[in-house]
Ligand binder design. Structure first.
Ligand code: NAD
Ligand code: MLT
Length: 526
């Protein structure tokens, strides 16, 4: 499959994609129009922060399965558009956190001791010791806004430098803060207490312009560090506060527009130092994120779970290996149930009994929904399955029972319409194909695949013979058959595995027989 790489990533990731048999197309520095063309037959896309993965780009990519972000921030990716189109989005959230934290510390020292300014001055032949008096970090207070992965790593390093820490993060627990030895505060308090205020939140509508002129006044005489995302700190307000001497200085790695234009107000100020988004620019971090994202792309293209999905149910390897057979079984069962219901669906009920009840079954449920809607929806998959159901007003209910008689695990899907319901139960026996073990209360033993015929009839002599003869007349071979009845002379249900689809005239002939109440030609993915 083709993986389009829109921005440079470390070679290690590209190599493993190629080793896995994928075609890797490098599309560095492509224009938007060129990218729209190149994405058409790509199954995977890799970006860093410089490519806008827009709705238009995603909709142009009819084969696209996964977008991999080689890094953390996904503010350049339209996650909603990806989800609507069933495209998985993953990032590499762990690989560059140490690099980002170390860059934050480096920037703090650099601005606190005026290192870049001193470097420039000395290179100009000056010896201006008096101009470069700095501050010590020991005993000072660092205010951390956003105590996530990078924020916590920064906190550990500041603590080791003898600093006190106060943090603002409405989504972190007091317990976690206590473990780290950090006190939590609201944003104004955090800023007021800080000698150094460092930002580590994502850029979201909530955090855009989080730090403006009012907040910078509260930081009075302090330093502002931003190695998170441009736009969280208002650049005009920051440039003004730095020029007016309201704050002592700022160290900025990220900008609202990247690459920065020459008229960016933060450029050229004596007390603002800048780096061109270097937070993750270490060899180790680049190798880490490249490998991480490439491995996830390989997994997704093989139909396996991904570790850091931002829009589909994620699952660990151990659980996945246990639920894996049920994913396929329930997709098929969902599809079979839809073909038997033949009516608009109001709700889907799933029951997990036995061992499987103790596992994370989210992916199995998503896969069942996919099966139910397969013939109705374009590109439905586990990413958008719940959303598709919700948009159609279809209620999803999951039940779990730890005990079940006769099976290690039993799974069932029930579809309900206004007028009727249909329930399919299935299981997995060790080293055997997935089985359907009941349809609408009739015990059966059927391997669901390919073409099938399900008949509902009255249990009378000659019915099965009549069906067999009719199929024979249409040159249709029966591969397997399972008959189930309520009682002698009562209702019966028979499942036939057939080698070819049932032609319409054969169906008409079968249904015209008084003894046969329903005939369902079924077609499932092999
Ligand atoms: P993370 O998701 O682990 O942590 C973000 C934290 O911000 C979370 O704890 C969250 O609760 C908190 N948060 C969210 N909204 C908030 C709000 N309104 N107010 C306060 N806190 C809020 O992310 P991370 O991996 O720690 O990355 C942090 C930032 O650093 C991201 O913006 C990421 O893109 C950026 N980053 C930059 C570089 C670089 O090269 N400069 C490298 C890595 C990460
Ligand atoms: C990130 O979000 O991971 C960083 O901004 C690093 C990057 O992509 O360069």
């Amino acid at each position: 499959m083709k993986v389009l790489v829109a921005e440079p990533i470390d070679k290690t990731g590209l190599d493993i994609l190629k080793e896995a048999g994928h075609e890797v197309e490098l599309a560095y520095n492509s224009t938007e129009k060129e990218l729209l063309d190149k994405i058409k037959n790509a199954s995977g896309l890799i970006v860093r922060s410089g490519t806008s993965v827009t709705k238009t780009l995603i909709e142009a990519a009819s084969d696209l399965i996964i977008v991999g972000r080689a890094g953390v921030g996904i503010d350049n990716i339209d996650l909603n558009a990806a989800s609507e189109n069933g495209v998985i989005v993953v990032n590499a959230p762990e690989g560059n956190i140490h690099a980002a934290a170390e860059h934050t510390i480096a920037m703090t020292f650099a601005i606190a001791r005026k290192i870049p300014q001193a470097h420039i001055s000395l290179n100009e032949g000056k010896w201006e010791k008096k101009n470069f008096i700095g501050i010590e970090l020991d005993g000072k207070t660092a205010g951390i806004v956003g105590l996530g992965r990078v924020g916590q790593e920064v906190a550990k390093r500041f603590l080791s430098l003898g600093m006190n820490i106060v943090a603002f993060d409405p989504y972190i627990s007091q317990d976690r803060a206590d473990q780290l030895g950090i006190s939590l505060a609201d944003l104004p308090t955090c800023i007021e207490k800080a000698d150094v205020l460092t930002i580590h939140t994502p850029l979201t509508p909530e955090t855009k312009d989080l730090i403006g002129s009012e907040e910078l006044k509260k930081l009075k005489d302090g330093y502002l560090i931003n190695c998170a995302r441009g736009g969280i700190v208002n650049e005009t307000a920051l440039a003004q506060a730095a020029s007016d001497g309201i704050i002592a200085g700022a160290a900025i790695d990220v900008f609202s527009e990247e690459p920065v234009s020459s008229d960016n107000p933060l450029l050229g100020l004596q007390n603002v130092i800048v780096t061109p988004h270097l937070g993750a620019s270490t060899e180790t971090a680049q190798e880490n994120v490249s490998l991480d994202v490439a491995n996830q792309i390989i997994a997704a293209l093989n139909g396996n779970p991904v570790e850091n999905s931002l829009n589909s149910p994620s699952i660990d390897e151990a659980t996945f290996s246990k639920i894996h057979p049920y994913i396929g079984l329930m997709e098929t069962a969902g599809n079979l149930a839809t073909q038997l219901l033949e009516q608009p669906i109001n709700s889907i009920e799933l029951t997990y009994s036995g061992e499987i009840a103790s596992l994370d079954t989210n992916l199995v449920t998503a896969s069942t929904i996919k099966g139910v809607f397969t013939s109705l929806e374009w590109r439905i998959n586990s990413v958008n399955a719940f959303r598709v159901a919700q948009e159609r007003g279809v209620r999803i209910q999951e039940n779990k029972h730890p005990n079940v008689d006769g099976f290690q695990s039993l799974v069932s899907v029930t579809l309900l319409s206004d007028e009727k319901s249909i329930c399919i139960e299935g299981t997995i026996f060790a080293n055997e194909d997935p089985r359907i073990v009941s349809i609408d209360g009739f015990r059966v033993d059927a391997v669901p695949s390919g073409h099938m015929l399900i008949s509902r009839n009255i249990d009378r002599p000659g019915v099965i013979g009549f069906i067999g003869t009719t199929l024979g007349e249409h040159n249709i071979n029966i591969g397997a058959m399972f008959n189930s009845r309520e009682n002698i002379g009562g209702g019966a249900l028979t499942v036939y595995s057939i080698d070819d689809p049932l032609p319409e005239d054969a169906q008409k002939k079968l249904i015209s027989d008084d003894r046969i109440t329903d005939i369902y030609p079924i077609s499932l993915n092999k």
